[in-house]
Design a protein around this ligand. Sequence first.
Ligand code: UFG
Length: 325
Amino acid sequence: MKILVVGGAGYIGSHMVKMLSNSGHHVVTLDNLSTGYRDAVKYGEFVEGDIADSSILDQVFSSTMFDGVMHFASYIEVGESVIDPGKYFRNNFSNTLNLLDAMVRHDVKNFIFSSTAAIFGEPDYVPIDEKHPKKPINPYGKSKLMVEQALDDYEKAHGLQSVCLRYFNAAGADPDGELGERHNPETHLVPLILQAASGRRDAISIFGRDYSTADGSCVRDYIHIVDLCSAHLIALTKLVKGSGSKRYNLGNGNGFSVIEVIEVVKKVTSRSFNVIEAERRPGDPATLVADSTLARSELNWVPEYDDLSVITQHAWEWEMSHFNH
Ligand code: UFG
């Protein structure tokens, strides 16, 4: 297949580009490098540009007849979205419409969208399946849900087929050690704990010990980056063959508390580090765990690295090699 990966210089996008390329597909990355890294795009062609720019989009779509588009280019900080909602609605929603309109103009029919567990808001029940009510509690989650809703209408109007993949907590790194997580600033739990273990940071804070969970800290469903990517590849392959539009929740279905993740990292790294109990972070639901039965049955998707020790081990190898400790 010929695939356009928008946001291919970011954490998830760069792993996707590698997998697609290694599976024999022709990949073009389009990324404005606002949060991604040029040196993370190790395969295929690279075009620097913004999806807000219709002329760049027309150029890219004119140069290659793509079988599909995967879209990873969005802002992902929940807290920032509350403070600066315009940034989120403009990039994550409005600029995505610009991309979809370019696809329509160039008759590209297959779209894989990076959605999120944040579209569900505070869960009514866990594990969260696809039927769970969608009531996002922050502009980030709203911006993603708005794209999902727009996609229903683009399908009716233009025949554009889409698969929306709602990620729970993406973690880990390329098992070959070539790629990893490099957010700046970093806000995600696993890389922050690893930075505490490697000495790049003084301590790790537990945001809240008074949640209604077994040990009082928040519970999340951590999924290996490579398993997320394999779901994208299967989804696009099926979409191109005519599976029709789908929505899937992607996680392992296992919840780990913040304290449990810290314990796993201590074991994996054999390092000790300071742990601080801190206030709750606004907007954090107590428990988010995916029910991915649908993805497993319809996509025949089987996560390969569903062990948190392996997920954190791969991320640790990246931390050690990339940051040279
Ligand atoms: N946490 C800490 N200390 C830290 C950082 C995080 O205790 O220093 C806690 C958070 O409070 C949360 C858990 O660790 O309970 C996981 O936090 P992350 O920031 O790693 O991930 P989130 O669950 O907040 O966010 C992830 C994605 C978002 C997405 C969201 C969906 O990163 O993009 O899931 O709910 F929106």
